[in-house]
Write a protein that binds this ligand. Structure first.
Ligand code: HEC
Length: 207
């Protein structure tokens, strides 16, 4: 046996042992699972049903309180279908979840699995709220009617579009579903160009 071959054989042996150990751990977890009260998979139960009240900075509250009540009402109405409130996930984490669901939609459409695409589209359109609400992750000087009035249109394009995509997908109209998804993606980037700041640049690169 060459060195390379014996290395491969050793790795294979470890992999087999590893798989057995992992398998038994999983079995134990599965046996215990019902006792913890969680029901998976579920889009109903994984986050709280009501927002936890976090203590927010004075600056943030000052900006929010300046928003006209009718604007806040409209905002609440527009987002009423989002009924899951994470107490831990940041906006970036929720966005990663959204990205993952959107990728699931496009995968479903490409292989003409309408049910898969529709499930993921509805899940994406009803994404959970991040800890402290999405507004907590927007720049302070953008918390005003002028900046935020872009949101209803963006919301219609993205969340409305995901619902329309689901309908087309269920009817197996994959061409229309794909076209609608194109609009959804343009809505994602419209919102990012307005409200997303910082791409995680390294503070260590000085020049
Ligand atoms: C209402 C505005 C809005 C919409 C609509 C929106 N996003 Fe975002 N997204 C943001 C903001 C704000 C951030 C930055 C959050 C932060 O850094 O704290 C972000 C960040 C992200 C990130 C993290 C990227 C990074 O480099 O940190 C991903 C991934 C993402 N969004 C995916 C999506 C996808 C996919 C869609 C469309 C289905 C979408 N977003 C729609 C506002 C939006």
């Amino acid at each position: 046996m060459s060195m390379k071959q014996s290395f491969v054989a050793a790795v294979a042996a470890i992999a087999v042992l590893g798989a057995t150990a992992v398998g038994s751990v999983f079995a134990a977890e599965e046996a215990k699972a019902p006792a913890n009260g969680h029901k998976y998979p579920s889009i109903e139960k994984t986050s709280a049903d009501a927002p936890k009240q976090f203590k927010m900075s004075k600056e943030f509250m000052g900006q929010v309180q300046k928003l006209p009540p009718e604007f806040v009402q409209q905002f609440k109405k527009m987002t009423a279908k989002h009924t899951r409130y994470s107490e831990e996930a940041t906006a970036r984490q929720v966005m990663m979840e959204l990205l993952s669901d959107v990728q699931c939609v496009t995968a479903g459409l490409m292989v003409e699995n309408g049910e898969m695409a529709a499930d993921c589209a509805i899940r994406a359109s009803r994404h959970r709220w991040p800890k402290g609400h999405l507004l907590a992750y927007v720049k302070l000087d953008q918390i005003n009617v002028d900046s935020l009035s872009a949101l209803p249109k963006v919301n219609e394009t993205v969340e409305g579009g995901l619902e329309r995509t689901a309908e087309f997908a269920i009817k197996k109209d994959f061409v229309s579903a794909g076209a609608e998804m194109g609009k959804v993606l343009s809505g994602c980037s419209t919102c990012h160009s307005l409200f997303r700041f910082g791409k995680g640049e390294s503070p260590h690169i000085v020049e």
